[in-house]
Design a protein around this ligand. Structure first.
Ligand SMILES: [Zn+2]
Length: 381
């Protein structure tokens, strides 16, 4: 079988699986050539191309196998920007870079504390991990210290809210040329810091697009407390993940992936892009087209498809988020009006993961606000 035929077969079966609301297909549309440029994409399997044959396999080599991460500290970029500009769009870039330096140094110190805390840990604390090969095969009583430096493990500088940060600093977003340039400058600056820190002590510092599953709410509440409600910056109960385009922004899926791919290359310690999709059971060709675009253009991206079920009436399309009498966001079956969370199943991507537990109010608001990139926008059917 020609590799292109096999590719088509894999993708054909894969996107049917997606439509069946299971998600392993993500593992086959990671572009290996793009993956090779980075150090640690999120949960990697590869599409290997060898001798014109295509096989799916994990890459068991020194770079990937048994790697582990020592931890993450996340910088709230929106807070750094607000600290420089206040609530009046002062556009004070000089103060921003000064603030940013101080904040990053604080993150650096916190990450070094993690390293110091781990130093001296003996393999006996978790034998499956450290002695029996899950991560390493150390002797009994041996410390894990030699795995903490030199590249065997990584340690992450996380970041969140690049979108709001740039809006606060210059009043323009990442879809404008000026906004994109500033966003990229900020990303490169964090990369440069990690390089500098690695030169001092090689702990595998890397940039990580923090998943921020529930922390988005905490960050947003803290921002509002400290800076008030700044339109377009702190006026939501969530902030935008990593380098993402704001969830409310109407944008076609190809343009979103194109723009985000530029930033994703600078988020080498972990990143995921996604596009929101309506139920496309009747338009698998559209799914296939987007998957192919992902494969050709971006390191790691996925489709978000709603996966719900009402146990009261059997409704298996989207369960909606509505405001109840007290203003709280709750889930409601549009078919029978059921609001009992124990009698429905809801699955949504909270960033890297698909969550089936219910989410805090900030994350729920973010999910409610998501623009659907793949939908029949023309006819509204
Ligand atoms: Zn129902």
């Amino acid at each position: 079988m020609k590799s292109i035929d096999l590719w088509n077969q894999l993708i054909s079966e894969g996107h049917e699986i997606v439509e069946d609301r299971i998600y392993p297909v993500r593992d086959i549309y990671i572009n290996k050539e793009l993956v090779n440029r980075v150090t640690y994409p999120c949960r990697v399997k590869f599409l290997e191309k060898k001798n014109n044959k295509v096989t799916i396999e994990l890459e068991y080599n020194k770079l990937y196998y048994s790697r582990f991460n020592k931890g993450v500290v996340t910088v709230n970029l929106v807070d750094v920007a607000c600290g420089a500009c206040g609530a009046n769009y002062a556009k004070d870039l000089e103060s921003f870079w000064k603030n940013f330096d101080e904040t990053l140094e604080l993150c650096h110190k916190a990450l070094l504390c993690r390293y110091e805390r781990l130093k001296g840990t003996v393999s006996d604390v978790a034998p499956i991990l450290w002695q029996h090969g899950a991560i390493a095969r150390l002797k009994k009583g041996e410390t894990i210290d030699k795995l903490l430096t030199g590249g065997y493990s990584t340690i992450s500088l996380g970041y969140a809210g690049l979108w709001e940060c740039v809006v606060e600093l210059i009043g323009k977003d990442l879809l404008t040329e000026e906004g994109q340039n500033l966003g990229l400058e900020i990303m490169r600056y964090m990369n440069k810091k990690c390089d500098d820190w690695n030169k001092e002590l090689y702990l595998g510092f890397g940039i990580y697009g923090t998943p921020l599953e529930s922390t988005t709410y905490k960050f947003a509440k803290c921002l509002q407390k400290r800076w008030g409600e700044i339109p377009g910056v702190t006026d939501k109960n969530y902030i935008t993940n990593s380098y993402h385009v704001h969830v409310e922004k109407p944008i076609d899926p190809f343009e979103k992936l194109r723009v985000e791919s530029i930033f994703q290359r600078l988020s080498s310690g972990g990143a995921i892009s996604y596009i929101e999709s309506a139920n496309l059971e009747d338009n698998l060709e559209a799914v296939l087209t987007v998957i192919k675009y992902i494969y050709d253009n971006i390191m790691y991206a996925e489709l978000n498809i709603k996966s719900d079920y009402c146990q009261e009436c059997g409704w298996d399309r989207e369960i909606l988020i509505v405001e109840d009498e007290s203003g709280k966001l709750v889930w409601e079956c549009p078919n029978c009006g059921n609001r009992d969370q124990s009698k429905m199943n809801v699955a949504r991507r909270t960033c890297g993961y698909i969550g089936t537990q219910y989410f805090n109010q900030g994350r729920t608001a973010e999910i409610k606000d998501r623009y659907v990139h793949m939908d029949c926008h023309e006819c509204g059917c």
